[in-house]
Design a protein around this ligand. Structure first.
Ligand SMILES: CC(C)(COP(=O)(O)OP(=O)(O)OC[C@H]1O[C@@H](n2cnc3c(N)ncnc32)[C@H](O)[C@@H]1OP(=O)(O)O)[C@@H](O)C(=O)NCCC(=O)NCCS
Length: 193
């Protein structure tokens, strides 16, 4: 989308959501579901169910919610999912999940900012790897992730079932450098010490 108006873009980590933000986020989510990219949902859920969903998310340990705003209004979100405490071996990895921007707010660079903010936070928390997966039909999202340097390492042929069709899904990862210690590329044997 191109327009001459300068918009304000922002992304923040949400520790609480106002009633207004919850209503805006529910509207954004249902609009994304209706357009076909509702991070797993196939049918619009309505404001009450989505409000419960987002309120509930804030209570789940090892999950952080990031809110994208266009001109101050919540129009999308993403989750940083950290490794459960019992999984020490994979504590260096985290997952980026449920990234979406409402169709009416796309094309301004908000998703790019959202993903970069999640990466920054993951790195600041000490994570060295960010994983994500996406249906192969989400071409825009795949272009976004590849443009940001995510490496596709696999494809699951029976990833999802959408409207009676089996859909494959792609798995990506990106190495993060938290800024201390050896470079992550060295730790995975990719770069020379
Ligand atoms: C993917 C999505 C988040 C992109 O949101 P957005 O705010 O419009 O994206 P941005 O404006 O930040 O664009 C970032 C990059 O995405 C890609 N992109 C955006 N719009 C595109 C389009 N219409 N066609 C192709 N690529 C596009 C480009 O690589 C773009 O980078 P560039 O501007 O440097 O070329 C949005 O389309 C969406 O919510 N889709 C449905 C949900 C989904 O697929 N989520 C991901 C898996 S959970």
């Amino acid at each position: 989308m191109t327009d001459a108006v300068a918009h304000s873009l922002s992304v923040e980590r949400a520790e609480a959501l106002s009633d207004e933000d919850l209503a805006d986020l529910a509207e954004a989510t249902d609009a994304a579901i209706a357009e076909g990219g509702g991070f797993g949902w196939l049918n619009p859920q309505g404001r009450d169910a989505l409000t419960r969903h987002f309120r509930g998310l804030l209570l789940v340990p090892e999950r952080e919610l990031f809110l994208a705003r266009l001109d101050g209004i919540a129009v999308g979100s993403a989750l940083l999912v950290r490794t459960p405490r019992h999984n020490e071996a994979q504590a260096w990895a985290a997952t980026l999940a449920h990234a979406f921007i409402a169709p009416y707010a796309r094309g301004h660079g908000l998703a790019r900012l959202l993903v970069l903010r999640v990466e920054e936070r993951a790195a600041a928390l000490g994570h060295r790897v960010l994983n994500l997966d996406v249906r192969e039909t989400q071409a825009t999202a795949i272009a976004l992730f590849e443009g940001l340097g995510y490496q596709r390492w696999g494809t699951h042929p029976a990833y999802a079932r959408v409207n009676g069709q089996t859909v494959a899904g792609h798995y990506f990862h990106k190495l993060l450098d938290p800024g201390r210690g050896r470079a992550t590329g060295q730790l995975v044997g990719r770069d020379r010490a």
